[in-house]
Design a protein around this ligand. Structure first.
Ligand SMILES: [Zn+2]
Length: 435
């Protein structure tokens, strides 16, 4: 005869166990959290900022532990329990200045989730990385001797370092012109001496940061060659407004009159387009694609020069002032436009005041621009040869008549184009430094 009480007890125990089992099954998911550590290099200094990202979709994250071990010495960098419900984690840290020597260490990052798996210890993700410690800034040697740079023109500095670099280049005021590896152990940086910077007030310096984040700054032999830029006035006729402003009307629906629209286009849209070109300047390859002097539009007369300062007059009143960044060349209407040099098309479309415009990347941050085209014969991504016809001259965008607006840019900053038509200038300032 069975005892009814013990039978009931047995049943209750069975149900309880079943419930616990079901809970364990639900709570004890088996998937470990995701875990990543950047930067991925194996060299660091106390300046290196590491970023940990972790996530757990099934259960929340429970704890984070970062530890550095050097010989028998263990240093806790982070050791914490995370707030309940933490599903994503992003945490920055640097190696502590105290307690670690200037020698290799092992960095271990561990995150656990709140799963009941492993008898309540949770699923675990771990990164173990052997790190070399480098606290010495790179030693930069400038290899190019003279840097006599025209105001508004291009400079080139060639240098070497004693270790691999994460980033380097020329800093000039607020501008930074990236440097690129050029030959084994050698780097180069093309930089602009922008027309709108006072060359007597700022001096370019070469900056280099190694993989561990140590930075060096050195000066180099720099002499600015002062230039006088022209000033002229441009009359804005109602005729011009009537024929040109229609193409921009949908961009500024709030413009009340044609001259109002003109002023918005000439200042706001111009500034937008200039900023876009700075961004486009990053679309470059670490290679010299060009060779020899740049090709100038054949049989053309210069109509406007680089950095001409223009006052815009409307009904005899000065209404705006802008700087013309390029050279205007006029030939016969719809003349074929040759690529200034070999390169890669990075822009071939209608863009604001430039109208139909083509930009060619020649590598190392050097680009050329062809604007107001009536026809474009190339596509983005295509490689073009020096002299290859890329389109036809026209008057699209803010152009009063058929001409080619030709520009040269260094990391997106407009520079004096005539230097690139001058074989002597190229020889003295560029080729002799590269060879
Ligand atoms: Zn122009």
């Amino acid at each position: 005869m069975k005892n009814p009480i013990s039978s009931a007890f047995f049943l209750v125990m069975l149900l309880l166990l079943g419930a616990l089992g079901a809970m364990y099954y639900v709570k004890a998911e088996w998937t470990p959290p995701t875990l990543a550590l950047t930067p991925e290099q194996s060299t660091a200094s106390t300046r290196t900022v590491f970023t940990i990202t972790a996530a757990d979709k099934d259960s929340a994250l429970h704890s984070l532990h970062v530890v550095a071990v050097q010989g028998g010495n263990t240093v806790d960098i982070i050791n914490k329990t995370l707030p309940p419900g933490t599903r994503e984690l992003r945490e920055e840290f640097s190696l502590p200045k105290a307690g670690l020597k200037n020698e290799p260490l092992t960095l271990t990052i561990t995150v656990k989730d709140t799963s009941w798996h492993r008898l309540g210890r949770g699923n675990r993700a771990q990164i173990v990385r052997q790190m070399d410690i480098d606290s010495k800034p790179p030693v930069i040697s400038v290899l190019s001797g003279q840097h006599n740079v025209n105001h508004g023109g291009t400079g080139l500095v060639v240098y070497s370092t004693n270790e691999e670099l994460a980033v380097s280049g020329v800093r000039l005021g607020d501008h930074f012109f990236p440097g690129y590896p050029y030959q084994p152990g050698k780097y180069l940086s093309f930089f602009a001496l922008p027309y709108n910077i006072d060359p007597k007030a700022v001096t370019p310096v070469l900056v280099a940061t190694d993989l561990a984040g140590n930075e060096s700054t050195v000066g180099f032999n720099f002499r600015p060659l002062m230039k006088k830029f022209k000033h002229d006035s441009i009359n804005i006729s109602d005729n011009f407004l009537q024929s040109k402003m229609g193409q921009f009307a949908d961009l500024y629906p709030d413009a009340t009159t044609p001259i109002d629209l003109f002023l918005k286009v000439n200042s706001e849209l111009r500034a937008k387009n200039v900023n876009f070109l700075v961004e486009l300047g990053k679309d470059t390859v670490p290679q010299k694609l060009w060779d020899g002097t740049f090709v100038r539009l054949p049989n053309s007369a210069p109509m406007a020069a680089f950095a001409d300062n223009r006052t815009y007059l409307y009904q005899s009143n000065a209404v705006d002032n802008q700087t013309h960044l390029g050279v205007d060349l006029a030939s016969l209407a719809a003349s074929p436009v040759p690529a200034g040099n070999t390169g890669r098309i990075v822009l071939a479309e209608f863009m604001g005041i430039y109208g139909n415009v083509v930009v060619i990347d020649h590598g190392f941050g050097l680009q050329s621009l062809y604007s107001h085209l009536s026809e474009i014969h190339v596509q983005t991504g295509e490689t073009v040869q020096r002299s290859q016809i890329i389109g036809k001259t026209g008057a699209t965008g803010m152009a009063g008549g058929d001409h080619l607006h030709f520009g040269v840019l260094v990391s997106g900053i407009e520079v004096q184009p005539i230097e690139w038509w001058d074989p002597q200038w190229i020889d003295h300032n560029i080729t002799s430094k590269l060879n």
